[in-house]
Design a protein around this ligand. Structure first.
Ligand SMILES: Nc1ncnc2c1ncn2[C@@H]1O[C@H](COP(=O)(O)OP(=O)(O)OP(=O)(O)O)[C@@H](O)[C@H]1O
Ligand SMILES: [Mg+2]
Length: 490
């Protein structure tokens, strides 16, 4: 096993930021986790370990064959898929690159090895599906599988458990243990302390683009700075920012349900995803939505957010109006605030943080309209609530993945919509930011006029004001259907 040794390394992250004075020696047999807050430089350090950051000075010895799996990679892959997509040109939707082809390209592995790994990680059913159609968790598994088949000496996994359902998390933990037994070095970059594996021997705490402290796991978990990191408590604001009353949609009468779905069905090609979903969200209700990776949670929400044309073929009423009776997608979006992984992937225009938040008033990606000073003030207040006001003038795309998530949360909440759709909102957030977001959303749900739909794979990420829960469960004749679930938070 080749040594990993970084001594006083400085490496360039982008034009404005560098990792500074990194010293890290990883001996044979040691298992390391790198932890740190959003924007601390964890992912950049991961890239440095995989030889993917230009070293400016210092002594850097890392394995020649390494693989890095991170959320950011998904954006790059989908960008290439979009670039090569000829659906518009052909006039029908093409599959793009199938999963099998993507995973095997650039590796010496064969289909049998792939089939074996896919079985272990539970994604056999999607091997022929186009990459661009994968759910969040499915994509995660595909990237981990591709990295493993490259037979790296070093595998760096950036928040590998985020986005995976609980069954898949357990399968991945087993797989990591087996990789280590086979002599692959695995370094985990984590934001949840609860995800540090029993086999981890060492922890490095990353802060301000440097290693703040490192040592054995026990020593580190008992150290003062890490304890302080755990002990953070977010104080709720006295009042939420005001609503921009001049631009908000008129309030709905209390007797009108926000959502009514009757026997909703979504089918892609031969494959039925949602099967006879019956679901009503009444005025004042908040709902949690759960179900395994690929069960159709995001698909269900796309029926509500106006992003799925199959809504028209179904019996769905939103905000008291049946879909397909002349309302536009914008009439619907006006009442909705949304955060999801696919929104983050789509939000690729070069805009400042401030503009991204203000674009929430207009439901646009980027800004094409004139905004008012009042809207600018409200956007700033939301950034303050999420402790992101200092980044207001920075380019959105220069932020870390978790920081981008916070900005998109501010964007979704800025108009205090009738319906706030949060599809895995805490993905990529550190402990501190997660607590902040969950408390703030709970506060909004209790005090405002906003109703919440919330998808999470983590029962510990509870939002107490949510007292209704639906789970997508396998239907007898294929696909998934809705089942009301109680209690909500177990
Ligand atoms: N256009 C499409 N063509 C084919 N299959 C699709 C398409 N869009 C989505 N799918 C498939 O539909 C299923 C449901 O996807 P969806 O994103 O709704 O799952 P999810 O429950 O949100 O999963 P996750 O927990 O991983 O986010 C997945 O298996 C996905 O691969
Ligand atoms: Mg999803």
């Amino acid at each position: 096993m080749s040594a990993i040794s970084l001594i006083e390394v400085t490496a360039k992250i982008n034009d404005r930021k560098s990792l500074e004075g990194i010293t890290l020696e990883i001996g044979a047999g040691e298992q390391w986790a790198l932890v740190g807050a959003n924007g601390s430089g964890k992912s950049s350090l991961g890239r440095l370990l995989c030889n993917a950051l230009p070293v400016i000075s210092g002594n850097c010895r890392v394995p020649a064959r390494s693989a890095f799996v991170a959320f950011e990679k998904v954006d790059e892959i989908l960008e290439i898929e979009r670039y090569n997509d000829d659906s518009d040109f052909l006039g029908y939707v093409t599959e793009g690159t199938p999963v099998t082809k993507f995973i095997l390209s650039g590796t010496a592995a064969d289909e049998a090895q792939l089939a074996d790994l896919a079985q272990q990680l539970g994604f056999t059913a999607i091997l022929e599906r186009g990459l661009k159609f994968l759910s969040t968790g499915e994509m995660r598994k595909v990237l981990i599988c591709k990295a493993l088949l490259q037979e790296p000496e070093l595998l760096v996994l950036d928040e590998p458990f985020d986005g995976l359902d609980q069954h898949s998390c357990a399968a991945l933990r087993n797989l990591i243990t087996r990789c280590i037994e086979h002599g692959i070095r695995v370094i985990l970059l984590l934001n949840r302390f609860s995800e540090i594996l029993p086999g981890t021997t060492h922890i490095a705490y990353v802060k301000d683009c440097g290693i703040f402290r490192s040592g054995s796991k026990d020593e580190m978990l008992n150290s003062e700075p890490l304890r302080r990191f755990h002990a953070f408590h977010y104080t709720l604001p006295d009042a939420l920012p005001e609503i921009d009353s001049g631009h908000s949609a008129p309030r709905l009468p209390a007797e009108v349900p926000l959502i009514e779905m009757k026997d909703a069905v979504v089918t892609y090609g031969e494959k039925r995803v949602l099967n006879r979903v019956n679901w009503t969200v009444k005025s004042g209700e908040h709902w949690k939505i759960s179900g395994p990776n690929g069960s159709g949670k995001s698909t269900l929400l796309s029926l509500v957010s106006g992003d799925n044309s199959q809504a028209y073929a179904n019996d769905i009423s939103l905000f008291g109006r049946k879909r397909g009776t002349g309302e536009t997608v914008w009439d619907i979006k006006k009442r909705i605030g949304l955060v999801s992984t696919s929104l983050q992937q789509e939000y690729r225009v070069g805009a400042t943080v401030k503009v991204v938040v203000i674009s929430g008033f207009f439901d646009s990606i980027g800004m094409y309209a004139q905004y008012s000073p009042r809207q600018q003030e409200i956007a700033h207040e939301w950034l303050e609530l999420l402790h992101m006001e200092k980044r207001s003038g920075d380019s959105f795309r220069d932020l870390s993945y978790g920081e981008q998530r916070l900005v998109l949360l501010a964007r979704a909440m800025v108009k205090q919509p009738d319906l706030l759709i949060l599809d895995e909102p805490c993905q990529g957030l550190d402990d501190v930011n997660r607590e902040m977001v969950l408390k703030l959303v709970d506060h909004l749900g209790r005090t405002g006029n906003t109703q919440i739909l919330y998808v999470t794979h983590h029962p510990e990420d509870s939002i107490p004001c949510i007292t209704n829960s639906m789970e997508l469960v396998p239907a007898e004749d294929g696909g998934y259907t809705a089942s009301v679930r109680s209690p909500v938070w177990t």
